[in-house]
Design a protein around this ligand. Structure first.
Ligand code: AMP
Length: 512
């Protein structure tokens, strides 16, 4: 028998097994029109069904896109279920993007419904869709009819469940189509490797829009794990929530880990979660010193995964094996510094040019309406990650560099080309190359090398301000160096790795 996988399965099980257990602890206070407070999985399931019925009433068809721009919030979490579980497609958008960037995604995805968090409503006032609602009382009144049942949807596991826009090698972000099957396999495999059980309590320290919070919202519901929402990342606040809610599990980018370590240094008393909490890190290779500090100073277990939005995201996992328990802490940290072994059912191969290739059921369906980009990414039946990697004699993958022109700062991808495009639009700029350079705080930070047009003048502050005006703040360079020329190859190509060299001297890899 073959029964199609559906995202609805996860909340169905939560409702069946844990109807009275708290499933959601939303942010308190008035940050977003009151938040949802505490909801049981039973209540969450009722709200998800109402949302699906509300979309029926609005005439939003199966396969239609619903875009949502929101910080982490209970309503974003319920949209994962209420939108996708009845055959519609959720487009979770990065809330830090500028107005123009969001407008592009809404238009490109063809979303007919746009939901915006109150905090971004004013900035996105003129971004519209057929139906636009502010999340909170307004969206509840419009979209959650009381006691209405949605029309049933016969699941199709190959249907697209979410489209996640990601900055890659092109100036414009691409929409990654993730199917119900992708989400299912990713969620179940991830939960298995992370050892998730109904005794866990999860804190959303990862933005839910980013690769659907790595698929955790689904897996956690399936296992009845309470999900605690946090909107703004702050190390001390994370420690307080761990204490207050008995958190045992979270996922985070290395910059978040750094903020928790910083807060722990001045924390009074026992660190919350000691010998209980595990933190799963990805987005960049964490320094082994950081890993050791997590284990020593926090007493939390450190796990690393590696993956991409395009792979739902799970590709590899590195979790301490029982055999490694007795190793010296530095050696354990060194071993955990590798990206890991392929997750169950995933195959990894290194191409002749050193690129990491992957095959498995978490690999994307395609890039939304970009068949050429899809064909390139999947050439030869393998997904091309654009990352450079090596596999050691134990079979563990380590990421050594990035072939694609992407900078990862504070866990978010930035396309160098997008920033270069923006700088080119400044009248004083004749040539530009944007690179990632190491940063203590952000892993990498953005540097622009600029050649000014003859007779023109512009200084660093002006060029940074120009980028901030047109792009999300985190995509603006944090430094600009004016140069006489930018070296190119005989065929006129800029060799980014050469430009990066001087800033990465003394390190064994050019990614952070
Ligand atoms: P995104 O699609 O935004 O999740 O970014 C995916 C990219 O993040 C990958 O292609 C890698 O370049 C990088 N990345 C993710 N996890 C790791 C890791 N554990 N080590 C090194 N780089 C990583």
């Amino acid at each position: 028998m073959k029964v199609p996988f559906s995202t609805a399965d996860f909340l169905d099980r939560a409702e069946g097994v844990y109807p009275r257990r708290v499933g959601l602890v939303d942010e308190p206070g008035d940050a977003q029109d009151g938040g949802l407070g505490r909801l049981t999985y039973g209540e969450l399931a009722v709200r998800a069904r109402s949302l699906a019925a509300g979309l029926d009433a609005l005439g939003v068809g199966r396969g239609e896109r619903v875009a949502i721009v929101s910080h982490n919030s209970g309503r974003l979490l319920e949209a994962f279920f209420g939108v996708t579980g009845w055959g519609r497609v959720l487009v979770p958008v990065n809330f830090r993007l500028s107005r123009d960037e969001v407008a592009y995604i809404v238009e490109h995805s063809g979303a007919t419904v746009l939901l915006v968090d109150p905090e971004v409503d004013a900035a996105l006032a003129d971004v519209s869709a057929t139906h636009r609602f502010v999340l909170g009382k307004e969206s509840d009144a419009a979209l959650l009819p009381p006691d209405a049942d949605p029309q049933p949807w016969e699941p199709d596991e190959d249907a697209t469940a979410t489209i996640n826009y990601t900055s890659g090698t092109t100036a414009r972000p691409k929409g990654v189509q993730i199917t119900h099957r992708n989400i299912w396999v990713n969620g179940v495999t991830f939960a298995l490797h992370a050892g998730v059980s109904d005794r866990d309590v999860y804190l959303h320290t990862l933005p839910m829009f980013h690769a659907n919070g790595w698929g955790m919202p689904f897996a956690l519901a399936g296992l009845g794990v309470p999900q605690v929402v946090i909107r703004k990342i702050d190390g001390a606040e994370i420690l307080r929530r761990v204490e207050q809610h008995g958190v045992t599990l979270m996922c985070a980018a290395p910059a978040v880990v750094a903020s928790v370590l910083e807060a722990a240094a001045t924390w009074h008393g026992e660190i919350p979660g000691r010998d209980r909490t595990r933190i799963i890190v990805a987005g960049a290779p964490p320094p082994s010193r950081t890993i050791q500090r997590v284990e020593d100073e926090l007493g939390w277990e450190f796990l690393q995964i590696y993956g991409l939005t395009e792979t739902s995201p799970l590709l590899t996992v590195n979790r301490r094996r029982a055999e490694e328990d007795e190793l010296a802490p530095e050696e354990r940290a060194r071993r955990l510094g590798r990206a890991g072994m392929p997750g169950l059912g995933t195959r990894i191969r290194i191409s002749g040019t050193g690129e990491v290739l992957a095959r498995g059921n978490t690999v994307l369906e395609g890039y939304w309406q970009q068949p050429d980009a899809t064909a390139d990414a999947l050439a030869g039946g393998w997904f091309h990650t654009g990352d450079g990697g090596v596999v050691d004699d134990e079979g563990y993958l380590s990421i050594s560099d990035r072939r694609k022109d992407v900078i990862i700062t504070g866990g978010e991808n930035v396309s160098s080309i997008e920033v270069e495009d923006c700088l080119f639009n400044h009248p004083a700029v004749a040539e530009v190359a944007v690179i990632g350079v190491p940063s203590e705080k952000w892993g990498e930070t953005i540097k622009a090398l600029v050649v000014l047009a003859p007779g023109q003048s512009a200084d660093e502050a002006e060029l940074i301000a120009h980028c901030k005006k047109h792009l999300a703040g985190y995509k603006a360079p944090t430094s600009v160096e004016l140069r006489e020329a930018i070296p190119r190859t005989a065929t006129g190509k800029v060799q980014k790795f050469k430009l990066r060299e001087q800033y990465w001297a003394g390190r064994d890899r050019q990614v952070n």
